[in-house]
Design a protein around this ligand. Sequence first.
Ligand code: HEM
Length: 452
Amino acid sequence: MNSSEPIAQANQPKATFTVITGSAFHLSFRQLLKTLPQDYVGTLAGIQTRYGPLVHWRVMGGLMNFAFISDPRVNRELYVRHTDALEKSPTQVQTFLYAAGRSVATEHGETWRTKRKEANSLFSRQIIEASCAGQVDVVRQFAKTLDRTPQDGLTISRKLAALTSSRGILGRAISMEEADAQIAFSQAAGARFNTESAHLFARPNWMLAPWRKNLSRRKKDAFSIVDAAIADLRSANMPNDGLMAHYVNGDFVTSSDDEMRTILVGLLLGAQDNIAAAVAWVLAYVSQDVPLQDQIRQEITATDLGANALNSCALLQATIAEILRLRPPAPANQPRILNQNVELAGHTLPKGTYVFNSFYNMHHDAQVFPDPDAFDPHRFLNTTISRSTSYAPFGHGPRNCVAQGMATQQLAATLSGLLLGHRILPQQDGLPKTLQQPFLVPASFKVVAQAI
Ligand code: HEM
């Protein structure tokens, strides 16, 4: 066990699996599939409340098996120690995101490990830090366009996600039209994901689905943005601090321009909806707490706004961590399929088991996070808790979020860029409701950005 584990968690009784057979769940299988895309969190929370944090559901005499795991220690054991037994659905997500093209790894006959290794070096601290100051500037420019009229929180967040992600990945600012094209592509891909989730995993016949046309059209727009950025970089021979420059300069082993374009579009897509969801929750939470905004502003005003400096802003980082705890944009791991029997918590899960888990449940465990629904960034000033196995907004193990360093840097740059010149004021009492689409996003809410 991690030696920095909080005491409360270490003292928890040893978890054991509850084994359920047949249709003993409160939902029939068909109903369960129907509820998943709308309310995965609710479904997992319901299963956990009813049957506990470790559930093995055997259907049709064990022909199909599902495991629902919300115990942090068992999750960690599975995702870190049994990595070789875990498969991601190949048609849904490989190393890079499915909607940009077929999996980059399978397309080139390589394993995800080869591509993931390359991706890990792409997201090295040094490379992602280079673009941070640029992201703060992009946010500050955008914030100047917000007048004092109430603005839709999610719309602003989507734009901020597109602008900052492009700045980080392509190494240059994009226009509002390009941002809108990126958002539209992401939403079309989200529609595909939602439909597929209804069938649990990718449908082999997805090419025939009705939303295909829209997705293809939007995808073309997104590819043009990347193509233009690559062409500019090649012809202008200007310095570029974005991730893209490392591909264009040939620092990584990519097979072709085509593969490079797919990777870059995949990354822009991967950095859109979940960052937008996180930024929207940041706006929703901090707008309710103006004194906290003032404290963070004081902290960042004293820095040079580089990534290193923002990393050392304890309250800024703690606020982001607390928001990702309360509303993890991706509330669960991408489901895994076991490719061999796995012995876990003294129980055998058979080959072929579909494994689901819930960060959302883990993040609301009162033994680890006292008063779990309260927004209290100060709990993360003690960094032990962010290293605990109970905290996993970016997943566990070698297939966790490849870009978590970039994501947290981007959120820090976004919040700093907004707060440096503005106060974010709420237009409603309390927090907006939570929707799942499939990321956790706030229901419609408005904020005012008041220049200071
Ligand atoms: C707050 C923002 C983000 C959150 C909460 C988030 C969360 C996650 C989670 C939970 C996973 C699945 C982990 C698993 O199944 O074990 C994941 C995978 C992934 N994320 Fe993120 N992510 C965020 C931002 C980003 C960004 C900015 C990018 C790209 C620049 C990105 C690219 C990816 C990719 C490519 C994968 C698949 C990794 C693999 O299969 O090896 N994510 N993310």
